[in-house]
Design a protein around this ligand. Structure first.
Ligand SMILES: Cc1cc2nc3c(=O)[nH]c(=O)nc-3n(C[C@H](O)[C@H](O)[C@H](O)COP(=O)(O)OP(=O)(O)OC[C@H]3O[C@@H](n4cnc5c(N)ncnc54)[C@H](O)[C@@H]3O)c2cc1C
Length: 335
């Protein structure tokens, strides 16, 4: 894929590994993978074999500890290959970094997550929902009891563990739960119009015990939210990846310059400017996908055509990791 806005002079070698994997392995299979309803295990294994599960972990636990810039380029490359595969893999970042940084017993998961031998998912976006928390924690003698619903857990069936976030008063309890159902944890798979092969489930918890050994941290909601606002940059790379793929299929177009600008905006935005830069990236992604559909004619609507797949992926990226602020910019078109 032509990388139109690759301004950095030097990258970690894993960036090129990800680009090659995206072009040679992920993209050629993307339509079939989308239609099959399930990511082939070999595809996740290919990411593991390439060392890409380790990019979110510190070197101390066996990870490659990539810089944020290189990490974003890897996310972008993989998203341009197969967004669904990239999305499942990206969830690994949560448990990999949380357990690597944790000083308690939950640190025992970190080495397995860094190698990819252990695969992780995460459920935290519900923390941003308005109103009564959907997933709640109560202290008990052995740790915390979790009740309520985690509305989205991607990679269900592909992951061994899930890092979940539950509210208790003004705090968030972060802890590890197994990636399998039990008497206190039940899963229901979602049927989706895009990224359906992401194996995304709703998980319902009924007084599920997270023992103290599996708690990675307890933090105040306000301090987490501040950190989350700062971390909004990374998900913008999913939109850049899909945009880049659309543009490379289109050939030279007037959107090429906007693509360069969209990445620069994401890279240089202050925390307060990031929501508008994210809204801009997902809007550009929609327009690039729309242009590709238009340029492809009626054939674009065939289930076997990349254009319809990329357009549905762009639609998903309008809401993926959406925050109130991003949504505001999208709805008022102030980007
Ligand atoms: C297929 C899929 C897979 C996903 N996988 C995961 C996963 O594995 N892990 C995970 O943690 N998350 C996951 N998510 C969640 C995702 O990252 C987003 O958080 C989600 O798509 C946003 O929608 P929502 O339904 O959670 O929130 P919504 O209720 O739609 O709200 C989105 C944002 O807008 C704000 N908002 C809503 N209504 C208003 C209003 N009236 N005024 C102002 N602001 C408002 C909310 O506070 C929130 O910040 C997934 C989502 C999808 C669709």
């Amino acid at each position: 894929m032509t990388v139109l806005s690759d301004t950095a002079t030097e990258h970690h070698p894993l960036v090129d590994v990800a680009r090659s994997l995206a072009d040679k392995t992920l993209f050629p299979a993307a339509v079939e993978v989308d239609r099959s309803g399930k990511i082939p295990t070999e595809q996740l294994q290919a990411l593991q074999d390439a060392g890409l599960y380790g990019i979110f972990s510190t070197e101390a636990v066996g990870g490659s500890n990539l810089s944020n810039e290189d990490r974003n380029l890897v996310i972008e490359a993989l998203a341009g290959g197969c967004l669904t595969t990239a999305f499942i893999w990206q969830q690994h970042a949560g448990p990999a970094s949380a357990t690597a940084l944790c000083e308690g017993e939950a640190h025992r998961y970190a080495a397995g997550l860094a190698s990819g031998e252990l695969r992780g998912g995460v459920a935290f976006a519900h923390l941003l929902r308005q109103g009564t928390p959907v997933l709640r924690a109560e202290p008990c003698s052995d740790g915390w009891q979790i009740s309520g619903t985690a509305p989205y857990i991607t990679g269900w069936g592909d992951v061994d563990i899930v890092l979940i976030a539950a509210r208790w008063q003004d705090s968030i309890i972060w802890g590890i739960v197994p990636g399998i159902e039990s008497a206190t944890m039940s899963a229901s798979m979602l049927e989706l119009a895009a990224v359906n092969s992401s194996s995304t489930a709703v998980i319902t918890f009924d007084q599920h015990l997270i023992s103290s050994d599996d708690v990675t941290s307890v933090v105040s909601f306000d301090s987490w939210l501040e950190g989350y606002r700062m971390g909004l940059r990374a998900n913008g790379s999913l939109a850049l990846g899909v945009t880049g793929r659309c543009l490379s299929l289109l050939g030279p177009s007037e959107l090429d310059a906007e693509y360069v600008t969209a990445r620069q905006r994401l890279d240089t935005a202050s925390v307060d400017d990031l929501p508008a830069a994210r809204a801009n990236a997902s809007d550009l992604c929609m327009r690039a996908a729309t242009m590709l559909v238009a340029a492809s004619g009626g054939g674009a609507i065939a289930a076997s055509h990349h254009a319809q797949l990329l357009a549905r992926q762009a639609m998903f990226l309008l809401v993926q990791s959406q925050t109130s602020e991003i949504r505001h910019h999208q709805l008022t078109r102030s980007m």
